[in-house]
Write a protein that binds this ligand. Structure first.
Ligand code: ADP
Ligand code: MG
Length: 690
């Protein structure tokens, strides 16, 4: 799996052209440096230098009603009636008075006494001016307006009295709006007809998007439009076009990579669907529609000679494991081995237990590889694996070791894929000829992010929960009521035999964050106080692996009533009898992480509850997060909210992985367009050549 940084969108040329920034009239060597410093390296970049904003402008000064608009701008022709030039060596401004159909205007320029244009300013001459009008002085005034001295006569052209729109660019030294627009206009006139369009015409038509040249003309306002409303509609489409351009460019590259990988690959075609069906028939429950659909797609992928690259995305408890194990059955039936890798030994062992129950009756032989094995056990396991006596190996990171050798690895399954690095997945893939890959994530990645960051993966989504699941009731409470919450938990444990998790952000007390609860102290407090006499376990990352397993197994077996833990329990662990979760200092967790934690309860038929005990130091954003968390049980909705509140960089820590940052597009706002661009790029690139 590849993480993509799309880089800056750039335009392409269909035929050669001079695109040097210096070739623009009026851009000397000095201004060229200025422009380049701002990233405007050539004329193509200049075309993508889009206005910062637009303003309404009255052609033909419409009178006092304009005054009501805060940023009133006007553009009109008028004759000069008076000019005051500054006396030499004074700081007086250049001052011009115009008469626009009876309304007088003053134009002011400071520190420009020596500028050459001043010589052209003479009473009786006509000017075209455009600028912002200030009403601070006795007569309406324009400071440093854009202007042109047009001669001694009224112009033939008459500006129709109408409202129009003007563009404002981010100022680059020496380039006011007028000069910038002129430069862009020149680049546009020279290049518009030569621009290449990466997006095929038929796609543009289907999506009702303008061509790139037309979009740029609208954005820089080179094309005429009837009225402001029409312009706004056109501008919307033009901006959409740039966003689409950006997404399409990326998706096209991804699709090409994908096609190239597919063309050379020689993955084992695993076609024993019957073995998978038999296993599914043996389940004590019916698969959900989403599970069946995912399974069908995966079985199709497995039967091909190019390797599957699929991300199976499903909310916590949606039942991804059965789907993955069924895939392993198909692969085993086709004489190939599978490896199932989980981020923790607890989870790996849980998978193994499930796999045994589910697949053993169907002749799938399996082994386990994890850090807790003795040297002898490990040696034996590796030998069996290499000889092909295991069809499925379940394990942890230890599967990456160099001494792990497969006879014929046909399928790699990665559970909780975001817990592994890209290289780790890749290194496991190199242990086979060209194995299939099924990555699973219980952290729902918003589709937009999946499509950009994990763009070369196909995506299957399980949205439906198995029937009979009750949503977890989530309540947000102040820390002050903690004693009441503890009493309530105790009561449910004693009366109904249920089990509870207590979750803390810290292992031990920390000087840096004294206000955060830590698991060691709270375990002591709870087991000696409110939960005295009950079995209360302690689980955190600093315990040695054997101890962690022991605690987790005791909890899973019901020997412990409560478990005080850090987020080590966040991934995957499945204890159906656990119905209560208390999260202390919940404000430090991200929404998706909270959702992962909450997913540890509500896995059986009983009604479950999650209590957030928030401290006093709650910022508004933290409070907003917790309230939205309380409001929905849908991991996808939460993941999207997380993306909005924290941005893609923070989400899943993808920043380190090089996350998708776009120039025009926004993953949250333009999600639909990203999906469309992906769909289109794939259809165009992967279309069968006939
Ligand atoms: P996750 O997608 O979070 O990894 P699991 O695969 O661990 O979820 O499944 C959660 C629980 O739901 C397991 O106990 C599993 O046996 C059960 N399960 C999975 N699919 C179904 C189904 N279709 N009907 C009922 N229970 C199911
Ligand atoms: Mg799971």
């Amino acid at each position: 799996m590849q993480n993509i940084t799309p880089g800056r969108l750039s335009l392409t040329l269909a035929e050669p052209a001079d695109i040097k920034i210096e070739s623009i009239k009026g851009v000397g060597p000095k201004s060229a440096v200025k422009l380049k410093e701002r990233g405007l390296l050539d004329q193509l970049e200049l075309l993508l230098f889009t206005p910062r904003k637009y303003y309404k402008c009255a052609h033909h000064y419409p009178g006092p009603q304009l005054k009501a608009e805060r940023r009133a701008r006007a553009e009109f022709y008028a004759p000069i009636i008076q000019v005051k030039k500054p006396a030499p060596n004074t700081r007086q401004p250049v001052e011009v008075t115009l008469d626009h159909e009876g309304q007088w205007f003053k134009l002011l320029w400071f520190n420009m006494g020596k500028a050459s244009f001043v010589r052209e300013l003479e009473p009786g001459r006509w000017m075209r001016v455009a600028g912002e009008i200030s009403y601070d002085r006795t007569i309406p005034t324009m400071l440093h307006p854009d202007f042109e001295v047009i001669g001694d006569h009224a112009p033939a052209e008459i500006l129709e009295p109408r409202l129009s729109v003007g563009a404002i660019y981010t100022v680059i030294e020496g380039f006011g709006d007028a000069k910038m627009r002129k430069a862009i206009r020149q680049a546009f006139d020279a290049l518009a007809s030569k621009l290449g369009d990466v997006v095929p015409r038929e796609v543009l038509e289907a999506r009702n998007l303008p061509g790139i040249a037309q979009a740029l003309a609208t954005i820089h306002m080179f094309s005429a439009f009837e009225d402001v409303e029409t312009f706004q509609v056109e501008l919307g489409r033009a901006r959409d076009r740039l966003v689409y351009e950006e997404f399409y460019t990326l998706q096209r590259k991804l699709a090409l990579d994908y096609a190239a990988a597919r063309a050379q690959a020689k993955a084992p075609a695993c076609t024993d669907r019957e073995r998978g069906r038999a296993a599914v028939r043996g389940l004590p429950f019916q698969l959900t529609g989403d599970q069946r659909a995912a399974l069908k797609t995966i079985a199709d992928d497995l039967s091909q000679a190019f390797p599957m690259r699929r991300l199976l995305q499903g909310d916590v408890g949606s039942g991804k494991t059965v789907v993955a194990l069924t895939a392993a059955a198909i692969v085993a039936g086709s004489g190939q081995q599978s490896a199932l890798m989980a981020p923790t030994e607890i989870l790996a062992r849980q998978h193994l237990a499930r796999a045994r129950e589910f697949l053993r009756p169907h002749g799938v032989k399996m082994g386990f590889l994890g850090g807790s094995l003795s040297a002898g056990e490990r040696r034996d396991t590796l030998k069996m694996l290499e000889r092909g006596e295991y069809d499925l190996i379940v394990g942890t990171h230890s599967l990456f070791s160099d001494d792990v050798v497969f006879k014929n690895l046909g399928l790699v399954i990665v559970d909780e894929q975001h817990k592994f690095g890209v290289e780790q997945r890749e290194s496991l893939l190199t242990k086979g000829e060209d194995p299939h890959l099924l990555s699973m994530t219980a952290t729902p990645i918003p589709r937009s992010l999946a499509h950009s960051v994990f763009g070369d993966m196909d995506l299957s989504v399980i949205r439906e929960k198995p029937p009979g699941r009750q949503p977890v009731r989530t309540v947000l409470r102040d820390r002050e009521v903690a004693p009441k919450v503890y009493r309530y938990v105790r009561q449910r444990i004693e009366e109904r035999g249920e089990q509870a998790f207590f979750v803390y952000p810290m292992v031990e007390a920390s000087e840096a964050s004294p206000h955060l609860k830590n698991v060691v102290e709270m375990h002591g407090m709870l087991s000696e106080g409110p939960l005295q006499g009950l079995g209360v376990g302690l689980l955190h990352g600093k315990l040695d692996p054997a101890e962690k397993d022991r605690v987790m197994e005791a909890f899973a077996a019901g020997e412990l009533h409560a478990l005080c833990a850090t987020t080590v329990i966040e991934v995957g662990v499945d204890v159906a009898n656990a119905t209560l979760m208390v999260i202390e200092s919940p404000e430090v967790f991200g929404l998706s992480q909270l959702h992962q934690l909450r997913g540890r309860v509500g896995r059986g038929d009983a009604a479950s509850m999650c209590v957030l005990l928030a401290g006093e130091r709650l910022t508004d954003i933290a409070a907003e997060r917790l309230v939205s968390f309380q409001a929905t049980d849908d991991g996808f909705v939460l993941a999207e909210a997380d993306l909005r509140l924290r941005g893609p960089g923070q989400f899943l820590g993808v920043r380190q992985a090089g996350h998708a940052e776009f120039r025009f597009g926004d993953l949250t706002r333009d999600e639909d367009m990203l999906s469309q661009a992906r769909e289109d790029a794939r259809r165009v690139v992967l279309r069968p050549t006939d």
